[in-house]
Design a protein around this ligand. Structure first.
Ligand code: PHE
Length: 357
């Protein structure tokens, strides 16, 4: 029995892989294994012999089984060790510059704008790009016959004949997120909603898909003065100057009353834009006090709550800040263009860290 033991312990410790171990297991303790056959012989022994040999054989079988298990574990450890050596990678090495991805200027500007409004206590909200005409129009006080619907050059989704569910559209602005956010959260609320919007329009300053950022602040005593302050703070922070004057030009939107176009004071010196000085005005978007009907349509009581909304064009702000001449280039996916105008993926814009370093 000792010979058997020594033989198998030696063989097991010499086994070089799992297959060899398995063969040894079968050879020793498998159904027709050497030790198993010995156990079968117990039946032919006398009771006294059996009493001595039985426990010994059982102990031997246990010992072989644990030696097999231990060797199996150490083989697995060695295999893992080997693999880890082969797959070793120094993650602290810098990426190869030519291969490092770049952040698209629109993503960059979107992050910059979000960082500025986040600092003022606005949370980021989102809504679907395919929305139904209730959210895109009716809830915003733009009824079916309203000229604003025609003006927006809306893309309508295909509908099967006889399908009389409300039509879906590619949202023409980010304003439907106002409704969805108030429905979900009620008042008070302070959100911005950046995202893609769609209108059937294409020339040097229009693409069928572009980007807006919506702002909404509803509370008990919010006024046009708060709106103007927010926009002035925003413009100064975004263009990284001390101060920018904001001008409100009377306008009309069905979902705000009163409504205004937003202009930033600027000058153009030798084709170069300067914010906060000069006699020119830069159109940045639309704004106003949220119409009571819009509050009502979102389940917010207009007797108790009031506030402002604004919509800014992200693409235009990106072109102006970073001197990008043609809007259409934004969406050409030209890698040379992106390498020139793109931003490092490792530098997140923050107000304290500098927006556009
Ligand atoms: N949704 C308007 C547009 O796309 C902009 C806007 C938003 C105006 C919020 C007022 C308030 O033109």
């Amino acid at each position: 029995m000792d010979d058997l033991r020594d033989k198998y312990i030696q063989l097991i410790s010499d086994a070089g892989d799992e297959a060899a171990l398995e063969a040894l297991r079968v050879q020793a303790v498998g159904k027709k294994g050497e030790i198993s056959l010995k156990m079968r012989e117990l039946g032919k022994m006398t009771a006294e012999e059996r009493q001595v040999m039985g426990p010994k054989l059982n102990a031997l079988k246990d010992e072989i089984n644990s030696a097999l298990a231990a060797r199996k574990a150490s083989l697995a450890d060695a295999a893992l060790e080997e693999r880890l050596k082969g797959e070793w990678l120094d993650v602290t090495l810098p990426a190869r510059p030519r291969r490092a991805g770049m952040i698209h200027p629109i993503s960059q500007v979107r992050e910059e704008i979000s960082a500025i409004f986040a600092e003022m206590g606005f949370a980021v909200a989102e809504g679907p790009q395919i929305d139904n005409d209730w959210y895109n129009f009716d809830a915003l006080n733009i009824p079916g016959h309203h000229p604003a619907r025609a003006e927006m050059d809306t893309f309508y989704m295909h509908r099967d004949e006889g399908d009389d569910r409300p039509p879906h559209v590619l949202r023409t602005h980010t304003s439907p997120v106002q409704i969805r956010s108030m429905e979900k959260q009620g008042a008070p609320i302070r959100i911005i909603a950046p995202g893609r919007v769609y209108r059937a329009d294409y020339d040097q300053t229009h693409t069928p898909m572009f980007h807006q950022i919506e702002g909404l602040a509803i509370d008990r005593d919010i006024s046009m003065a708060n709106l103007k302050w927010c926009l002035e703070e925003f413009a100064a922070a975004f263009f990284e100057v001390d101060e920018v004057e904001v001008r409100f030009r009377a306008s009309h939107f069905p979902f705000t009353e009163p409504s205004a176009e937003i202009d930033f004071r600027c000058s153009w010196v030798g084709g170069q834009l300067r914010l906060g000085e000069g006699d020119d005005w830069l159109e940045a978007g639309g704004c106003g006090m949220v119409h009571p009907k819009v509050l009502q349509n979102s389940g917010v009581d207009p007797e108790e709550w009031q506030g402002f909304a604004f919509g800014l064009g992200i693409d235009r702000l990106a072109m102006l800040k970073y001197g990008i001449p043609d809007l259409r280039a934004f969406f050409d996916s030209d890698l040379r263009w992106l390498r020139h105008y793109g931003f490092s993926a490792l530098e997140q814009p923050t107000l304290h860290g500098g927006l556009s370093r």
